[in-house]
Ligand binder design. Structure first.
Ligand code: NOJ
Length: 519
């Protein structure tokens, strides 16, 4: 299939910013994959099971990322970016967030109160190596190392298994100079892959006795679409699709360098029965044709699904390198089962937030020369991010991962809900679908709710409240207060099941409180 880059670009932008779905669900809340004109949107319908269960040893975790919860990451590109007027809604600054380093005990107590047995967080490169000189001379910041060790010690004492991300959107400013967006930055730089490998090696050595579960890079395609197509992430405009794909290919090399470095450096079993398991946290979603009877829409949805959901994991699991992203391995630079790539993830990490409608006859608008997506209205309930809520898509996304034959962790799933009215239902319905996927034969080993606490939601600032625990940003102590969903999370984690009656007893989705973007 020939890849129309402009069309794919449009859908990638859509994948980052919208959650529209137009598929009528079956009885099981499933997608009808056939030509059936008429109803464009039908909300999720749960299957008829009486309960959803989870196997012994299943991880019920929560997730976070340093830039979103720590104070004082002054050498990160995002810190500089947030200081540029107009880049973050309401001019919010990460330093006014949950201040996690000052609240290690509170956060571990929160995890315990929610019954969590796992916690995903990031170790921030720019905290450990704030300057290029400190990186080149391998002079890590001692206070930074101590803080992460303190967190890991507290987690261990609480019996909570850590999963550590080594790049979660933020890059040290010496590798992303936002004043020079026309020059190669972040993963476009040739030096990035070897430096990232070195960074991973050092962290594997430093923390390997405390950590077995690693993620090299969080949401690689969201990061690059945000930076090079939408411009919502640094280094921002000029926006350019070729630049984005170029960065994506180099990012794969950086991941591979990180994967090998962690395997070399972390040789100690921290308590999981093996020394190391490495992957990425890949944002996957469902792409639904606007019109199942319209061949162009169906084809466009397939192409987008391929580029967004399959291209990267095909390379990392099978070693199938599709350099021209056309879905075939027949290009001059394509490779089948390339040993340099094959087997460079030990499990599948997947973040799930929803579905996108694919319309091959998009009414395009243009952002800096790149076609963007006109949102299509749907009747689905919405989050405060204005994303459609579609729990069954998680089961579909998980089923799509079967060919990889690897264990799967849902490394993120959650909703912004400032009034704490929808979070419980959102959580329960998504976990219901996870259990369904396990019944379908997907080897799902854990689920990390996004997020443990409210945090800095990138260009939307502090408005979206994803936390199982709400932060009182106005209080000097940045008080953590449990949401209703935290209690439900605990109940499900302890009982390893949810009943249909529990979900039926939850309030129906209420209208969201939408959070505006910066512009
Ligand atoms: C995925 C990202 O990894 C995380 O940083 C973000 O806060 C959530 N999505 C919610 O948008």
């Amino acid at each position: 299939m020939a890849l129309n880059r402009a069309v794919v670009a449009a859908f990638l932008v859509a994948a980052c910013s919208s959650n529209d779905v137009t598929t009528p669900p079956t009885d099981a809340g499933g997608e009808v994959d056939e030509c059936k004109p008429g109803s464009r949107v039908t909300p999720y319908v749960r299957d008829k099971a009486a309960e959803a269960t989870f196997p012994a040893g299943f991880l019920f975790g929560a997730a976070s990322a340093g830039m979103q919860i720590e104070k004082g990451l002054t050498h990160a590109d995002w810190y500089q970016w947030a200081n540029v007027p107009g880049k973050v809604a309401a001019g919010d600054k990460p330093d006014n967030g949950p201040d996690a380093f000052a609240h290690i005990e509170d956060d571990v107590n929160a995890l315990k109160a929610a019954g969590a047995n796992a916690y995903r967080f990031s170790i921030e490169w720019s905290r450990i190596y704030p300057t290029r000189a400190s990186f080149d001379s391998n002079t890590p910041d001692k206070a930074g190392l101590d803080a992460y060790h303190a967190l890991l010690t507290a987690l261990k004492a609480a019996g909570i298994r850590p999963m550590v991300t080594l790049h979660h959107f933020a890059t040290p400013d010496y590798l992303d100079d936002i004043t020079k967006p026309r020059e190669p930055q972040t993963f476009e730089r040739d030096e990035m892959a070897p430096m990232f490998g070195e960074w991973c090696k050092r962290m594997g050595k430093e923390f390997g006795a405390e950590v077995d579960d690693w993620i090299t890079i969080n949401e690689p395609l969201v990061l690059l679409v945000g930076a090079y197509l939408v411009g919502a992430h640094p280094p921002g405009p000029p926006l350019d699709i070729d630049r984005m794909f170029n960065a994506a290919k180099k990012l794969v090399k950086a991941h591979v360098a990180g994967y090998r470095a962690l395997h070399e450096a972390d040789t100690v079993d921290a308590g999981t029965g093996r020394a190391v398991a490495v992957s990425i946290a890949k944002h996957n979603r469902i792409f639904v044709p606007l019109d199942h009877c319209e061949e162009r829409d169906v084809e466009a949805a397939k192409k987008t699904d391929y580029v967004w959901n399959q291209w990267m994991y095909n390379a990392l699991v099978f070693g199938d390198w599709d350099d021209d992203l056309d879905g075939k391995l027949d290009g001059p630079n394509d490779k089948k089962a390339d040993p340099a790539l094959k087997g460079t993830v030990d499990y599948i990490g997947v973040n799930y937030y929803g579905v996108s409608t694919v319309d091959a006859t998009l009414q395009l608008k243009f952002i800096g020369g790149v076609p963007a997506y006109d949102h299509l209205p749907t009747d689905l309930p919405k989050t405060d991010m204005s994303w459609d809520i579609y729990p069954h898509g998680l089961r579909q996304v998980l089923n799509q991962l079967k060919p990889y034959k690897l264990p799967v962790y849902i490394t993120e799933n959650g909703t912004g809900d400032s009034k704490d009215v929808n979070k419980s239902r959102y959580l329960a319905e998504h976990l219901w679908e996870v259990s369904g996927a396990i019944r379908d034969g997907v080897d799902v080993r854990g689920y990390y709710y996004w997020s443990l606490t409210d945090n800095f939601e990138w260009d939307r600032g502090f408005c979206p409240r994803f936390g199982l625990f709400q932060i009182d940003y106005a209080s000097p102590a940045k008080t953590r207060k449990p949401t209703r969903a935290a209690a439900l999370f605990k109940q499900i984690a302890e009982q390893k099941k949810i009943t249909a009656a529990t979900i039926d007893g939850l309030p129906a989705y209420a209208a969201p409180t939408p959070c505006p973007g910066p512009r």
